[in-house]
Design a protein around this ligand. Structure first.
Ligand code: KG4
Length: 334
């Protein structure tokens, strides 16, 4: 089965062509960093407008790179939610329109489900059940994944997502947007123990996260240095901040696996391409004899290939959409 997949939940316009749930024939991502960079974060209205401009060129390029004409597509899969409603509407409405005109079945896919399954786009596949940590600009959550359609959220952020914290700290330090890649690059040159930023463990048993206090601590540290006219050691701030985020993410994910008696851990989402997070998770998994799986970096960030993969399984279970099916901004499941 040939699948055309479309993703537009936030600030990336993406399209992919897949053969069944395994072979990615093309995977095109058009980012909007030039639009949102000057603001240090995503401006929803501008994101929707850029999606409108990009959607057809991106879809056309995906078909072109895959060398597949629209007439050969058997299924269209598009992100239905959660995300920015204006952004979602562009990709989802485009997919529904194309499906109706061409008489192709269409499925709506939950964005988080795409991230939870994105590891299957690689060559090493985890066995079910597994514990998945999804860390991105809009989400930070831990899930128990029982099979390709059964997920249980065990914990989630109570305020900022991890990626959002990276982006806000980068904005504070005037490092540009998105913040994650630049902070992790600078952190390589810094001392992760230089500044004792707090770790928010929350209640004893909680698998929830909170990163807003950590962000405030970075603000306080910067203000204190400025008041005392002390120079800011940006590399140390980045390394210490990153370490505080990584330590909590790893500890809570490992705890979830032990509590659930599950011996496989998977990560996904834009922040999961962070090298320090991957190393720390791998080390803790090896020490605890747990299996660790991470998608290739290109499938960590928002992408349409993961939507095609999840869409394929929705379709096999008969869940196609009708013309008036709507998008949703928040998912009750995640
Ligand atoms: O999944 P994603 O592409 O989409 C959204 O949720 O929008 O994640 C983007 C997020 C941004 O916040 C970005 O700063 C963060 O992922 N990110 C990283 C790294 N690469 C991207 N955070 C930490 N380290 C990285 N290497």
């Amino acid at each position: 089965m040939l699948i055309l997949a479309i993703e537009s939940s936030c600030d990336d316009t993406a399209a992919a062509v897949l053969q069944d749930d395994r072979t990615v024939l093309s995977n095109v991502i058009s980012s909007q960093y030039d639009v949102h960079g000057p603001f240090g974060g995503i401006v929803p209205e501008l994101a929707s407008r850029r999606h409108i401009e990009s959607i057809w060129p991106v879809v056309a390029e995906a078909l072109d790179r895959a060398k597949i004409g629209l007439d050969r597509i058997d299924l269209i899969a598009a992100t239905q939610g959660p995300g920015l409603v204006g952004s979602l509407l562009v990709g989802f409405t485009f997919a529904k329109g194309l499906a109706m005109v061409r008489n192709i079945p269409c499925v709506g896919v939950d964005h988080m489900t795409g991230h939870l399954l994105s590891v299957f786009l690689g060559s090493r596949h985890p066995a079910f059940p597994y514990i998945a940590l999804i860390v991105s600009g809009g989400n930070t959550s831990i899930h128990k994944v029982t099979d390709r359609r059964t997920f249980e959220c065990l914990g989630r952020t109570r305020d900022d997502a991890a990626g959002e914290a990276f982006d806000k700290v980068a904005k504070l330090l005037d490092l540009g947007y998105p913040g994650g890649p630049v902070i992790s690059r600078l952190a390589d040159r810094g001392n992760p123990r230089a500044i004792a930023f707090p770790r928010a463990w929350l209640d004893h048993n909680s698998l929830d996260f909170s990163f807003s206090g950590l962000k405030t601590s970075v603000v306080n540290h910067v203000n204190t240095c400025r008041q005392k006219s002390e120079p800011l050691n940006i590399a140390d701030i980045c390394a210490s901040f990153q370490e505080a985020v990584v330590e909590v993410l790893v500890a809570k994910t490992i705890r979830a696996a032990l509590e659930q008696d599950i011996n496989t851990i998977v990560i996904g989402g834009g922040v999961s391409s962070n090298q320090r997070l991957r190393e720390a998770m791998q080390k803790r998994c090896s020490a605890g004899q747990l299996n660790f799986f991470s998608p290739e970096p290109i499938f960590c960030t928002d992408n349409a290939a993961m939507i095609g993969l999840a869409g394929y399984h929705h379709y096999l279970h008969g869940s196609t959409i009708v013309p008036d099916t709507d998008v949703y901004s928040r998912s009750p499941r995640h």
